[in-house]
Design a protein around this ligand. Structure first.
Ligand code: GLV
Length: 319
């Protein structure tokens, strides 16, 4: 029987899977586990099932010990894991691609609608008890039909967002490390362009690339200045892909029309300037937050864990 440390609360079906054959030590606190407590708990673990709020670095891997075989992240993004440090120690790292694609694309599209149609502003106005009545020019937004969506990072979530945009009558351009498969490109009518062109021609720019050194502040002052003054930026990927201070400045100066953010540079902190501008919709990292999706993510992480502990190839290793 192996010892599995789970760094936070996860849905019961995943815990049941793990408990059937293994000894599970799951953090049950409503708040995130402290770093000290995590370092203490992982000692002697054969597997760690991690949440994206926990940093899995060399110090933590060493605190676990040489018997550690797998780190199974309950997230598709794995910027919280030092993958080279895992590889050096012969530890398999896994993530949960695929199962959260649709839920995250829903939130990306929700933010596109929130920001282009000023839904957050309208909601805040009513809740603040401000007087209002229907008016020809009251809270006018911007329609999506015939406009261009620029997808930065055309993996599964980018494609699913593009599919929604196409259904709304948008044209699609994308920037990606590689060309998408021709059938999908034809289905979406999607054209691959360089980032500069994407920024210059898109009416909505939606970010779906992974976060890492090459995408840190990919969207900063210069890129925001390259966008149309009528364009919107949406980020459901990772906060630090955008320079938040530069974005807040661009929004304050009406350099772009608006933004929708599900992720932030220093979660759960939000840059104070963003709280002061009306033309931004802010939601607290809800991309995968449905009962179905979170359950599927946790179950996939459990399957990854059990496969590695059983000497098998996990379904979704980080490569
Ligand atoms: C959520 O942000 C994820 O990476 O799964």
């Amino acid at each position: 029987m192996s010892r599995i440390v789970v760094t936070g609360r996860i849905p019961e079906p995943a815990l049941e899977k793990l408990r059937t054959t293994h000894d599970v030590d799951a953090w049950e606190g409503s708040d995130s586990i402290s770093r000290l407590e995590l370092l203490r708990r992982v000692a002697g673990a054969d597997a760690i099932v991690s949440l994206l709020t926990e940093r899995i670095d060399a110090e933590l891997l060493d605190a676990a010990g040489p018997q550690l075989k797998v780190v199974a992240n309950v997230a598709v993004g794995y910027d919280n894991i030092d993958v080279p440090a895992c590889t050096e120690r012969g530890i398999t790292a896994t993530n949960t691609p695929g199962v959260l694609t649709e839920a995250t694309a829903d939130i990306a599209f929700g933010l596109i609608l929130m920001t282009t149609r000023r839904l957050g502003e309208g909601e805040r106005l009513i809740r603040a008890g401000q007087p209002w009545k229907w008016g020809m020019f009251f809270l006018l937004g911007s329609g999506l039909q015939g406009k261009t969506l620029g997808v930065v990072g055309m993996g599964g979530i980018g494609q699913a967002t593009a599919r929604r945009a196409k259904a709304f009558g948008m044209e699609i351009v994308y920037q990606s490390r590689s060309e998408i498969d021709p059938a999908t490109a034809t289905e979406l009518g999607a054209r691959r362009v360089e980032l500069d062109e994407l920024l210059a021609i898109s009416d909505v720019v939606s970010l779906h690339c992974p976060y890492g050194p090459s995408t840190h502040h990919l969207i900063g002052a210069e890129q925001l200045a390259a966008m149309k003054g009528t364009a919107y930026l949406v980020n459901t990927a990772r906060g630090a892909i955008v320079d938040e201070a530069a974005l807040a400045h661009a929004l304050r100066e009406n350099q772009i029309a608006g933004a929708g953010l599900d992720v932030f540079e220093q979660e759960p902190k939000v840059h104070p300037w963003l709280l002061e501008v009306e033309n931004v919709a802010l939601v607290p990292h809800l991309g995968s937050a449905t009962v179905e999706t979170r359950t599927a993510m946790a179950v996939l992480a459990a399957e990854n864990t059990l496969a590695v502990l059983g000497g098998k190839q996990p379904p979704t290793p980080i490569t």
